[in-house]
Write a protein that binds this ligand. Structure first.
Ligand SMILES: Nc1ncnc2c1ncn2[C@@H]1O[C@H](COP(=O)(O)OP(=O)(O)OP(=O)(O)O)[C@@H](O)[C@H]1O
Ligand SMILES: O=P(O)(O)OC[C@H]1O[C@H](OP(=O)(O)OP(=O)(O)O)[C@H](O)[C@@H]1O
Ligand SMILES: O=C(O)c1cccnc1
Length: 477
């Protein structure tokens, strides 16, 4: 199902207004970017491009959509007739999914008929903001888990079915190994995993009987939930009994899950009991309202954990639940000529970057796998050996700097035109791997959970000058 009506009413009001007042084929460019990183991080793991592109490609209005819009009695009949016969005519430049992106950098740049590009705003932001938020949170959590598998368990706590399903995809892009959400697993070809709930244990006369019944059905995959009654005095001893029975029958047990109490203390005791009983390879999974900071604290305390199951705080990014990516006009065509556009604000942070742009990631010449800064440039600028630039950080001084000794790689590329489509990566784990590689290129200090260093982003002098020129023109100064 496509979502062409999932847009704010004012987009339709503007599109109808453009239709009445401007040439119908007037072209515009809008950029998607964000200003602040959730959880005071230093970058966002971009995600959602696959869905956004799918929506843009299939963008059109059905007869039923048009009938509904007509029923609102707010739009002209000729606009609705036009809309009924319009299909996607946009061109999309994008940074590949999984790339860590910084404030101010265009993640997507969409150009095409003003009416259409305007109507796409809400839907494109909805998809990119949501998936990038969850991918970023998943990156923070999996980074804290330091190589241990993190299973995404959040479907029951997500804000609705789409947030659960696309959130699970984003969680895997950010680093999770699997999901408990069977629909997401089917749609995105990722592993569907799980253990058992307390209801299973409660459904039998006692815990041991419940464990035995489970082990009989799933002898090679049984991960037993040990905290229904008492982890140390009942759950782990009963699990060990069943593990011994499994081993006697030729099966190697998988492990246990702890879902309440002081996880460090319980995991340490459980580990010792399992080891002493001859099960050093039995894995311990922790769950219960975990987040990156708790995972980090558990591991720093020496909790002997092998895996994590993480739901609500991952799927809702509850510690920082909004990525406020925006969609801003950067160019408008006038009599066949593109003109840069700007939104001015008293807050420097909110002044937009005009023109058609490119983002370059700069790698050290002598260490080509180390990225040290990004530069936002005008699209047609030639990037030579030296770049004259100013800091894009609105709080930094705007003194000119010379960047040298780099290899510059462009991040944005054209992936869709009205008559051509370039293949983008759609395999979820391939995107995860790409994200992992791209994050590995960033300086270590930008990846701290607490107070990470800001990754430097610059504007070329040409772009900064264009921005300043437009500010002066519009403010008459
Ligand atoms: N050792 C630990 N260090 C830091 N946080 C922990 C530790 N153990 C558990 N937590 C976290 O503390 C939070 C609350 O755990 P708490 O033990 O208070 O409640 P609970 O176990 O859910 O309670 P109940 O036993 O009633 O189910 C959870 O987010 C959990 O992940
Ligand atoms: O805590 P999360 O990170 O969201 O992980 C998923 C939680 O979902 C299940 O709990 P359930 O819905 O049964 O609630 P409860 O165990 O907290 O009572 C499971 O036992 C985890 O605790
Ligand atoms: O499989 C599990 O253990 C699971 C799945 C969803 C939520 N909580 C736990």
């Amino acid at each position: 199902m496509y979502h062409e009506l999932l847009t704010d009413m004012y987009e339709f009001s503007m599109a109808n207004g453009y239709f009445q007042t401007l040439p119908h084929n007037k072209q515009a460019r809008f950029d998607v970017f964000y200003r602040n990183v959730p959880d005071h991080g230093s970058f966002v793991v971009s995600a959602g491009l696959m869905q956004a592109l799918d929506e843009i490609k299939h963008w059109h209005f059905t007869a039923d959509d048009i009938a509904y819009l007509r029923s609102l009695k707010h739009f002209s009949a000729d606009f609705l007739d036009y809309l009924e016969h319009t299909k996607n005519q946009c061109t999309v430049k994008a940074i590949p999914e999984g790339t860590p992106v910084m404030p101010q950098e265009p993640i997507l740049s969409i150009s095409g008929p003003l009416m259409e590009v305007q109507l796409l705003e809400t839907l494109v932001l909805n998809i990119i903001n949501h998936q990038s938020l969850i991918a970023t949170k998943a990156w923070q959590i999996t980074n804290a888990a330091d190589g241990r598998a993190v299973m995404e368990f959040g479907a029951r706590r997500a804000q609705g079915p789409d947030a659960a399903t696309y959130g699970a995809r984003a969680a895997i892009i950010g680093g999770c190994s699997s999901t408990s959400n069977v629909l997401a697993a089917k749609l995105f070809h990722v592993p569907a995993v799980g253990t058992m709930a307390h209801a299973w244990i409660e459904s039998f006369p006692d815990e041991l009987t419940a464990f035995r019944a489970w082990a009989k059905i799933y002898p090679d995959t049984a991960a037993l939930l040990v905290d229904t009654y008492d982890v140390v005095n009942s759950g782990v001893p009963n699990a060990i009994k069943v593990f011994k029975e499994l081993r006697a029958a030729g099966h190697e047990p998988v492990g246990i899950r702890i879902d309440s109490g002081d996880i460090t203390q319980l995991a340490k005791k459980a580990r010792k009991m399992l080891d002493d009983a001859g099960f050093p390879n039995a894995k311990i999974t922790a769950s219960n309202a975990l987040d990156a900071h708790i995972v980090k604290a558990l591991l720093e305390d020496g909790a002997p954990l092998d895996n994590f199951g993480i739901g609500e705080r991952l799927i809702t990014s509850s510690s920082s639940p909004v990525l406020s990516g925006v969609y801003k006009m950067s160019e408008l065509e006038n009599n066949g000529k593109w003109e840069p556009k700007i939104k001015i604000s008293n807050s420097r942070e909110k002044i937009t970057l005009p023109g058609n742009k490119q983002v370059y990631r700069l790698y050290k010449k002598d260490e080509p796998s180390k990225a040290f800064a990004d530069v936002i440039a005008l699209n047609d600028e030639q990037i030579g050996d030296t770049i004259s630039a100013v800091n894009a950080d609105v709080y930094a001084t705007h003194d000119k700097v010379e960047l040298k000794d780099f290899v510059a790689k462009p991040l944005l590329s054209e992936i869709l035109t009205p008559d051509h489509e370039k293949d983008i990566e759609t395999d979820t784990f391939a995107i995860q791997k790409f994200a992992h590689q791209k994050v590995a290129e960033l300086p270590t200090a930008t990846k701290r959970l607490v107070n990470p260093d800001r990754y430097p982003v610059f504007l070329t002098k040409n772009l900064a000058d264009l921005q300043q020129k437009l500010i002066s023109e519009y403010r008459n100064i």
